[in-house]
Design a protein around this ligand. Structure first.
Ligand code: GLN
Ligand code: ZN
Length: 760
């Protein structure tokens, strides 16, 4: 009989219970005991859902008050010295200080969990560091599950992935965190022994690092690590996900573990490598239900795949591709969603049911037993294939008719630069901002009322116009050269466009955790994308009517819209990106026609779209850059295209920036002290560029002096006539009291540059 399990379940609660409890605790409104009680309730609910659905084990350890990597850091006692931890057990105060910072110590760094939009807290490793079991959370929660009558399968981040995800601190550069492995293994061994003593049958050790390009010494460490761990442990299931581990099939075959999990949604092709020469006792857990997306599983196809495995081995497990934490909790709560669309979707709770059905289907005569489910699944698949809601012939034709010329400007950058300078007449070191100005309580309030129907559309429009006018006056009096309208009317840079595009849907409760108590509600791209009407033109033209200075039109780029949405799984991501690009292209042309001379297309998610394996980068870069160029290339030479990206790890992909061929790119760089500019030593960026000089993540107001220093540094790497002067990112999270003086200093710094550095 096949075992059915999940690699993890969303911890946030169907109604965001965890967020509410956490934030109340942080505010001091509830006690630690209250918070723990809320946690316990959620765990129990989630286990019950899993057991009721028919899963053989419930997942334990996927619950966390903040982040599962931070939980592992706490478990191993890998607490950075600045938090003053002096042994014993890590308490909530220390735990949250690491996550969020405290009065005396800044928070630990946060970064994206592989290629998801979930952020984890980056472990910090130092030479000579020792580890000691410092929390009993996992053991306690396993005990809790047992007490409630569930069969727990505890999950931990595997030791190699844990080290891989961390960063080395201090030292002379000769230290590698991999050297810490032996000490770390003692901690794991200790915990695994305890779990075994409890009577736990299986533990899941997550090693998604196997899906990235792991250096040889790291791969070599697996064998000895798992040999050491398996000795006194319950059965170990090594879970891989987010990509193929086919290259490591020999390694995984040799590991002395009881089972291996494969992500067969992302990488179905890897199955082959595992089907042969598998030790007979070895469990093969097949991830056939998509843990990263919200579509119902094609049960017939999934069952066929499972049966293919079953023909080779009796030890088949059925699971989702990865933890279900990347999907929302329950589609049943979506009462406003179109019924047809809803019938195509499965959130975490529904996916549990799919897993159980597939498990049943694998039994003797199983196909008969689940015949109704298979038929229903077929109906869903057919309905998606044929729905007029999804398929728009006009969009398809446009896609087919795209020519190479549609994805490039008609002349070279040099030629465009000449006419743009003629037309815009900007000073050297032109100053601008990235787009948004403070989203004040008044703005939020107006939007909330408007959405609830308490504020008439015309009144909302007027309120937003007043905000725009205020932003324009401020910028004029500050003496900025290229103005923005401030984005007061936008809640979120993807949602705002998604709501106006065909092919997008929005849920009311479809939250997934981004980090800590921050959740996002990604739009669902379910069908061919098109733009029924202009989206931003009236705001931009209104803003332009208030000033003689150039007003930037402000759009979100196709790659970012794709990246921050749940996307169709019935066509390649590239095709969906191209459709969005065409819709943005229409908007760009409308803005140009309306007299907007500069158009910015933001692509903050461009880099995070890079595949996990380098071998897959060229294909991604190719279609993603093309999508950007399709969106941006339909304009005259004289129209200046800007783009913006808010991060500075460009070393790997600097050439990509040039491939986009935007006339101006603004990027984050102040926090790293212009470190990113090192890349320019090797690679001469051809177009204009504004490396951010004002760190907008901090309330601190940078001085003219420090921004001038950054600009001078930038001028060492770039020519004076390439450089723009701007903040790192949008200012929506700041207050005007911070923004106004900071921008005044920034404008002064630019003026000082003009005096100092002669421009050819
Ligand atoms: N134009 C957007 C803003 O200023 C860009 C946001 C972003 O880069 N994430 O808010
Ligand atoms: Zn940004």
């Amino acid at each position: 009989m096949a075992i059915v399990h999940t690699l993890g379940f969303p911890r946030i609660g169907a109604k965001r219970e965890l967020k509410k409890a956490l934030e109340s605790f942080w505010k001091g409104d509830i006690s630690a005991a209250d918070l723990e009680q809320a946690g316990q309730r959620l765990r129990e609910q989630h286990w019950r859902l899993q057991a009721d659905a028919g899963l053989d084990y419930v997942s334990v350890g996927d619950f966390s008050y903040y982040d599962q990597v931070l939980d592992m850091t706490a478990l191993a006692g890998a607490i950075p010295a600045r938090y003053g931890f002096c042994g014993g057990s890590v308490d909530l105060q220390t735990y949250f200080a690491m996550a969020r910072g405290s009065a005396s110590a800044p928070a630990m760094e946060m970064t994206k969990w592989f290629d998801t939009n979930y952020h984890y807290i980056v472990p910090e490793f130092e030479a000579g560091m020792t580890f000691r079991v410092s929390t009993s959370k996992l053991v306690e929660e396993s005990r809790e599950a047992l007490r409630l009558g569930f069969a727990p399968k505890p999950v931990l981040i595997g030791p190699l992935t844990f080290l891989w995800l961390g960063k080395e601190r201090g030292g002379d550069g000769s230290f590698s965190r991999l050297q810490l492995l032996p000490g770390l293994l003692d901690v794991y061994a200790h915990v695994l022994r305890e779990l075994k003593a409890l009577g736990v049958a299986w533990v899941q050790l997550d090693e998604p690092a196997l899906a990235v390009d792991l250096p040889a010494p790291w791969l070599a460490a697996f064998k000895s690590a798992y040999t050491a761990l398996s000795k006194e442990a319950p059965n170990v299931l090594v879970a891989t996900y987010f990509g193929s581990v086919a290259d490591h099939a020999p390694l995984l075959r040799e590991l002395p573990v009881a089972g291996v999990h494969l992500d067969l949604v992302r990488a179905p092709g890897q199955l082959e490598a595992f089907l042969t020469k598998l030790p007979p006792e070895r469990v093969l857990s097949c991830g056939v239900v998509d843990g990263r997306n919200i579509w119902r599983t094609d049960l017939r196809r999934a069952l066929e795949l499972l049966q293919q495995v079953r023909a080779q081995t009796d030890n088949v497990w059925v699971g989702p591709s990865c933890s279900l934490m990347h999907t929302p909790v329950d589609i049943d709560l979506e009462s406003k969603l179109d019924v047809e669309l809803k019938s195509w979707l499965a959130f975490a709770k529904q996916k549990l049911r799919e897993l159980a059905i597939l498990g049943r289907g694998l039994e003797h005569d199983g196909r008969e037993a689940i015949i109704d489910d298979l038929q229903l699944s077929d109906t869903v698949q057919r309905s998606r294939e044929q729905s007029t809601r999804i398929h728009d012939a006009a969009v398809q034709t446009r896609l087919r008719d795209l020519r190479a010329d549609d994805a490039r400007r008609s002349t070279t950058f040099a030629a465009r630069q000449r006419v743009q300078r003629e037309r815009l007449r900007l000073p050297a070191f032109p100053t601008t901002t990235i787009g948004s100005f403070p989203q004040t309580p008044a703005i939020r309030d107006a939007r909330a009322k408007f959405k609830k129907g308490e504020l008439a559309p015309s009144a909302y429009e007027q309120a937003m116009q007043r905000e725009i006018e205020h932003a324009v006056r401020e910028q004029e009096s500050l003496g900025l050269d290229v103005l923005v309208h401030g984005e007061a009317e936008r809640n979120d840079m993807v949602e705002y466009f998604g709501e106006q595009l065909a092919g997008f849907a929005f849920t009311s409760n479809g939250w997934v955790q981004s980090y800590g108590s921050r959740y996002v509600k990604p739009p669902i791209i379910f069908g061919d994308v098109s733009r029924p009407a202009a989206m931003t033109v009236r705001w931009s033209t209104f803003a332009q009517s208030l000033t003689r200075k150039p007003m930037k039109g402000m759009l979100t780029g196709p790659v970012t819209i794709l990246q921050w949405s749940f996307v169709r799984d019935d066509q390649p991501r590239a095709a969906t990106a191209t459709q969005i690009a065409l819709a943005i292209r229409d908007e760009v042309q409308d803005l140009e026609r309306a007299g907007i001379r500069i158009i910015q297309i933001d692509e903050p998610a461009f880099r995070e779209g890079l595949p996990l394996k380098r071998a897959d980068w060229p294909a991604y870069i190719d279609w993603a850059a093309r999508a950007f160029r399709i969106a941006s290339s339909a304009v005259d030479d004289a129209t200046q295209v800007h783009t913006h990206m808010c991060y500075s790890e460009f070393n790997d992909i600097f050439e990509v920036l040039a491939l986009l061929d935007a006339d101006v790119i603004t990027i984050e760089s102040s926090r790293s002290g212009m470190e990113l500019l090192d890349a320019f030593k090797k690679f001469r960026y051809p177009n204009e560029i504004g490396p951010g000089v004002y760190d907008i993540h901090s309330p601190r107001i940078p001085t003219e002096h420090e921004m001038l220093a950054l600009l001078e540094k930038a001028a060492d790497y770039l020519t004076a006539d390439q450089l723009w002067v701007n903040p790192d990112c949008g200012l929506k999270t700041r207050r005007w009291e911070e923004v106004t003086p900071a921008l005044r200093n920034m404008v002064d710094a630019a003026r000082r540059m003009r005096d100092r550095v002669p421009v050819a």
